[in-house]
Design a protein around this ligand. Structure first.
Ligand code: FPP
Length: 257
């Protein structure tokens, strides 16, 4: 049995609006274009992107973000050229080997969500070890979405829910939102308050499709390798100015202030 959902659903209750997002979710886009602009192989952009990951993890820790979720590899990224996929896998392995000790010292708890069974056994083992080594940490919950897709997540949650509750098959009208959410792969985290996508595209690309229902969406043209501490603070500043109504009117919000 999965644990009961630990956080409120934005469609069932009205969450608060903390001045720093509790949960920040990022699509790290633009590595390839960053490299191409410099006449470098696309893979050089990914290598440089790892430096930005370090910078963002460190800054989020300092700013008090509690959950940071990074989309590293989508279910659809297997469609890329074989050599780019291999390089990305090597980068994940190297980064896990090199960084897990440091993450531990910074109080970061690392989790990987997605269908990791598709990865080579060595990478799966590194993921398991890294998750176990950091499991006691609570300063910042870092989630790497790898071979992840939002639709895959909803499907796997539905399958697991029905496997545990076969009686629901005979009574589908009894299925409540709260019955499904504990089975989503990020049930341990609140829904993202802020979503950032770098690289200029304005789409969700099958990221956390369930959880982004009421998330503030921020898009920037900056390529991921260039995404700086200043850029994150700009996004936080923009987020603070948002009126989060969660279905209510502005007048209602003013009345409850
Ligand atoms: C999107 O840029 C980026 C990716 C598909 C991979 C992201 C991976 C990293 C930042 C490095 C590894 C990360 C970790 C957590 C170890 P793109 O290639 O789609 O860029 P483009 O749109 O310019 O082609």
């Amino acid at each position: 049995m999965p644990p009961a959902a630990m956080h409120q659903s934005s469609t069932l209750a009205v969450p608060g609006h903390p001045s720093i997002p509790r949960h920040l979710a990022i699509i790290m886009d633009g590595n390839g274009r960053w490299a191409t602009q410099r006449f470098l192989p696309r893979t050089a952009g990914h290598a440089r992107g790892v430096q930005t990951v370090r910078r963002v993890v460190e800054l989020c820790g300092r700013r008090g973000v509690k959950y940071l979720t990074l989309f590293a590899f989508s279910s659809e990224n297997w469609r890329r050229p074989q050599e780019e996929v291999s390089l990305l896998m090597r980068l994940f392995v190297q980064t896990l080997e090199k960084e897990v000790g440091k993450l531990g010292e910074q109080g970061v708890r690392l989790r990987v969500v997605g269908d990791i069974a598709a990865f080579e056994p060595r990478l799966q083992e590194l993921i398991r070890v890294a998750e176990a080594r950091t499991a006691q940490n609570d300063a910042l919950h870092l989630t790497i979405a790898a071979n992840y897709g939002g639709r895959w997540d909803i499907l796997q949650a539905t399958r697991r829910m029905l496997a545990n509750h076969p009686e629901l098959l005979a009574d589908p009208g009894a299925i409540e939102e709260s019955a499904l959410t504990p089975y989503l792969s990020m049930a341990y985290a609140p829904e993202p308050d802020l979503f950032i996508r770098t690289g200029g595209e304005q789409r969700i690309s099958n990221f956390l499709v369930w959880q982004l229902a009421y998330t503030e969406l921020y898009f920037t043209d900056r390529y991921w390798p260039d995404f700086s501490a200043r850029d994150i603070d700009d996004a936080f500043e923009w987020y603070r100015t948002r009126e989060r109504r969660f279905g209510r009117t502005s007048a209602q919000l003013a009345g409850s202030a």
